[in-house]
Write a protein that binds this ligand. Sequence first.
Ligand code: PXP
Length: 255
Amino acid sequence: MIQIGVNIDHVATVREARRGGEPDPLRAAHDAILGGAHCITVHLREDRRHINDDDVTRLRDLVERTAGVKLNLEMAATSELIGIARNVRPHMCTLVPERRMEITTEGGLDVVALRNELADGVAQLKDLGMIVSAFIDPDPEQVAGASKLGCDACELHTGPYAHAFSAAGGDFLHKPVQRELERVRSAGQAIVERRMRFHAGHALNYHNVQPVAALSDLAELHIGHAIVSRAIFTGLREAVAEMIALMREAAAPNT
Ligand code: PXP
């Protein structure tokens, strides 16, 4: 059954707007889980602009007490972050590129060009028993590169698909939308053929999620901004439950 990882970074972004104690990402995680989240995702950025080290530790404690829910730590493969993962032991680490000035993660990690820099980090995380996922562009060479590195999963970047969807005014049959979706579908099949888990995410929302959720063999979607935005009006529990309902309605029967 298709699963959802809910990214709660933006809850911490609101907290940091006043450098105060609320809203607490821990409470958000709790509500997301009550809404049906299978995984809580946070990105511990180098500049700690939203989620901080203490949040990650407290979230780890929460998921430990919540059977069947994973903690997914999005991180750059730096020695600092690998050291934090070693201490905190999230269930999954998703390796992402990180540029200081970016608003959000832009583009996938180039696991082909960075093969030598990444190899040791991936091996260390795997030795610690974590699921290692790479956030990559939907490109067969990147899939092959992630497989060579020994990644357990690839999260395909759905940003270009979402952008095409929006540019077409939500017309799913528009050629550029179909082209971007096909890139995700075929890279997804390459992931499965290489015996990795097929994940996808970035810029997915309540309008564009279903064509992606319908792809065969998709195991997980990772969604943040749209869910936290809707939660302002509906509450997080409801926002997560609505997204799961859309995903399940669309999902391939045996996914
Ligand atoms: N997956 C990855 C690797 C990300 O970096 C992000 C953004 O933090 C997401 C998924 C979620 O993207 P969005 O907030 O656009 O749903």
